[in-house]
Structure formats: C-alpha cells, structure tokens
Design a protein around this ligand. Structure first.
Ligand code: GLY
Ligand code: MN
Ligand code: MN
Length: 442
C-alpha cells in the first residue's frame, strides 16, 4: 500500500471545547475528577504498552500516566486543573520525556497544573464547598480509596464550617453522551484508522495459503498497521475452519486447510481511535457451495441492517433487520424448521447467531454511549458511528447435516450516520463473494 497520509492531530482548541461542554453540563456546585490510566504489568517487571484512558484522552490529549484531571466549574482562577509528574532528567533518560506541570499548561491548554505528589494536600481544598462529585466509581479501586480519603478529610473539618460534597454521581453519564457524537476532527482520525484496517484486511487475504498458519495471516495485518503508525484496536481474531465459530478466538495458531474458510476480525487503532472490520474468505480462494450459500445470506443480512442506518430509525432496528433476514434464510436452507413467525418468536436463530449486530465505535472499540433512552431503543442521529456485523456460526457438533458444520462467517463494517443516511467507512475491502475471490486471485 502506498502510505496513506495521516490527518492533522486533533487541535488543542477542540480539547478545550470538550471540557467546556462538560463543565457546562455539570454546573457550578460540582467537581469532576478523572485519573489517567495506570501502567499495567505484563510480566514481572515489564509493562503492557501504555494506553491512556479513553475519557482522559478525550478531555486532555495528555499521554502520560500518573496524572489526574480535575474540572472545577466556575472556579475563578481557572476551571481545568491537572496533577502530573514533575520533570525528572534521570527518569526521562530511561522512559522518555515528561511534560511536567509547566508543559501541561503550555502544550495542553490546562489552566493550572501541579505536581502529582501534591495532590493529597490540594484536592481536599478543591472538594470543600462543592456539593456534587462526578467520578467513575469502581473503575480503579486504588483511586476510589484515595477519593474517599480526601472526602473524609473535608468531613473532618465540618465543625470548622467546611462543607463536604454529599452527592456522588457517575461521570460517564455526562461525558459519554458527548463522546457518542463524533466531531469532524475525530472522524478524520477514524477514517484513517478505517483506511489502514481495510488495507490490512486486503493484505491478509493475499497472505492466505492452503498449508499455512493463521499467524502468518496475522503478521500481514501487523505489517500494514505498523507501517501506518497504528496498533491493534483489540486482539485480532484470525480463525480458520471451526475456529471461526469461536467468537473470541485469539490463539491464531491453527492450520489453514484447503476447503476451510478463514474469519478475520481485525481493526487498527490510530491516535486512540479504533476501527473494526471482519471479512471471511476461503483459504483456497474459492467458496464452496455451502460456504457461499451462508456467506450470501450473511451479506444480505448486513445489507438489510445497513439500510436501517439512517437518522431517526431506532438503533434496535439494525439488529432486528439482520435477524429477520438470517432467520428467513436459515429456514429456506433447512437449517431451521417451521414458520418464520414461530422461528422469530422462539429466537431459534440464536443457535447460529448469538451476538448483537453491532456497537458504537470511537476511542473504544466497544465505545461508550447509551443504547436505550428511558427503556426504548434510542433514535439514530448524525455523528453516531457504529459497526454492523451479522454472522452465522455452525458449530462442528451442531445437529445439522454434516456439510454445514464448522462454518463460521461474520461480515463487519463501520457506518456513520450522516444528515440524511449512513456512510460506510470501511467499504474499501472486497465484500461480495465474487469480489473477494477476484482480489485473492489477483
Ligand atoms: N472485534 C470486536 C467486535 O467485533 O466487536
Ligand atoms: Mn465489532
Ligand atoms: Mn470486530
């Protein structure tokens, strides 16, 4: 692939706008507290590659661990505070540069920044006089305990007239509604991630050969991702034959057998933004009759689901459309028995299609945002982005004629809701059975 050109980074002003929107939602008697993601041990004394918490990244763009963002609506000396690591020439020699509090202010548009080591001294004073605390309870137990300690410090001053917060609210309730609607700058990052993921899928198709192994195909994905400054958005699923029926298969070390399908669910992450694509292709480059019948059925289900991706439709209509087509097709192929009405009522399709048809996508691959409002499926609005990913999984021991067993198929694309329809972001990968075969033969 000729290197695709990366978009400009999200501008500093956009992070300020996001914080301002959140501050406005929270109102003046509140305080919002959000720690950076902790570093995580992989084994003994080595770490997983650091990834910033998505909420923290959304509000700051600040890439370091050991930091805490505090938003204080209406505070006259500045509403956005950051606690972060101080500069440390010796540590920076080992681990790379740190912004330090001065850099946090100059490079990230923070109003006031303090050393993280001073947080115990400063935070109780910020809590004092605020009645509501927005925070993600239960996400980081160590931090939960620190917060309780700071609140208790304020409570202990009650006889001296200190007012301690008395309402504790879920930060995600406000913040995740903002994150659900993607801005133009976010869409640029997401389009790039989708473009790279599409190229990687195409390369993976051509890296597939009978007698090979799943990890050889995975290697082709990584080569394209890393050549474009991307990392995997999740552990890729590269499952041949019956492995394609294991929904969370990640071993990716099986054999590629002539006559089997290969299910490849693999997305790139660019500057924190995920992409998520699945294609399913024949190891030998040609779908068998049964594989093709099921593949065409999943493709028809995806087309019906995508047709629901327009503003004003309930989110749940996407799944319902896929289920209706799959059920009808399974009946006509003889994999289900009875009438369409009865099969839909009894959810008989769940034997072969046991997951939902998609999810929001953004900074998290399974992105934040409510799917229902007041118990009802929420209506689609411009700026929402989600996946549409129907599948069929006929387990090796399914009680169906042998010719169907061990076939696992999923077809997954991302769609953005526009002002008057839906735009597929991941359409660059061949999808029709003929187009897949032609690409593999090329
Ligand atoms: N790969 C995760 C998903 O498709 O939801
Ligand atoms: Mn998905
Ligand atoms: Mn996926």
């Amino acid at each position: 692939m000729a290197a695709a050109k990366a978009p400009a980074e999200v501008a500093k002003g956009e992070y300020q706008r996001r914080r301002r929107a959140l501050l406005q939602m929270a109102q003046d008697d509140a305080i919002l507290i959000l720690p950076a993601a902790p570093e995580r041990i992989r084994s003994h004394d080595t770490h997983h590659p650091y990834r910033q918490d998505s909420d923290f990244a959304y509000l700051t763009g600040f890439p370091e661990p050991e930091a805490v963002l505090v938003l204080v609506p209406g505070r006259s000396h500045g509403e956005t505070l950051l606690f972060c690591r101080e500069r440390h020439p010796e540590r920076e020699l080992w681990d790379g540069p740190r912004a330090g509090p001065e850099g946090a202010v100059s490079a990230y548009g923070i109003d006031d920044a303090y050393p993280i080591d001073d947080i115990d001294e400063i935070l109780p004073g910020l809590l004092e006089g605020r009645s509501r605390v927005y925070y993600h309870f239960g996400r980081d137990t160590d931090f939960d305990l620190k917060l309780i300690g700071w609140v208790n410090r304020v409570r202990a001053q009650a006889r001296q007239g200190a007012q301690s917060p008395h309402e504790f609210l879920e930060l995600g309730h406000l913040l995740h509604e903002l994150r659900l609607f993607k801005s133009p700058a976010e869409l640029k990052q997401m389009r790039f991630a989708a473009t790279v993921a599409a190229e990687a899928q195409k390369a993976a198709m051509r890296a597939t050969r009978s007698g090979g192994r799943e990890f050889e195909v995975e290697a082709a994905l990584w080569a394209v991702w890393r050549a474009h400054d991307c990392v995997p958005a999740y552990s890729p699923i590269v499952g041949a034959g019956p492995n394609g029926c294991v929904l969370h298969y990640v071993a990716n070390n099986g054999a590629l057998r002539d006559g089997d399908l290969l299910l490849c669910d693999a997305g790139a992450e660019f500057r924190g933004y995920a992409s998520d694509i699945t294609r399913t292709w024949p190891v030998n480059g040609r779908y068998s009759k049964e594989q093709r019948a099921l593949y065409d059925l999943v493709l028809a289900a995806q087309a019906a689901a995508l047709a629901q991706a327009v503003p004003g439709r309930p989110y749940g209509a996407v799944h319902d459309a896929a289920v209706a087509v799959l059920t009808e097709g399974l009946l006509s192929l003889g994999l289900l028995k009875g009438t369409l009405k009865k099969a839909l009522e009894s959810e008989a399709y769940k034997a072969f299609y046991m997951h939902k048809t998609g999810h929001w996508i953004g900074l998290d691959v399974h992105d934040v945002g409510d799917y229902k409002v007041a118990g009802e499926s929420r209506l689609l609005e411009p700026g929402m982005v989600f996946t549409v990913e129907p599948g069929l999984y006929i387990a090796p021991d399914a009680k169906v004629p042998a010719k169907w067993r061990g076939i696992g198929i999923r077809i997954e694309d991302e769609v953005r809701i526009t002002d008057d329809g839906g735009e597929v972001l991941t359409g660059a990968v061949p999808k029709d059975a003929d187009a897949v075969e032609a690409w593999m033969a090329g």
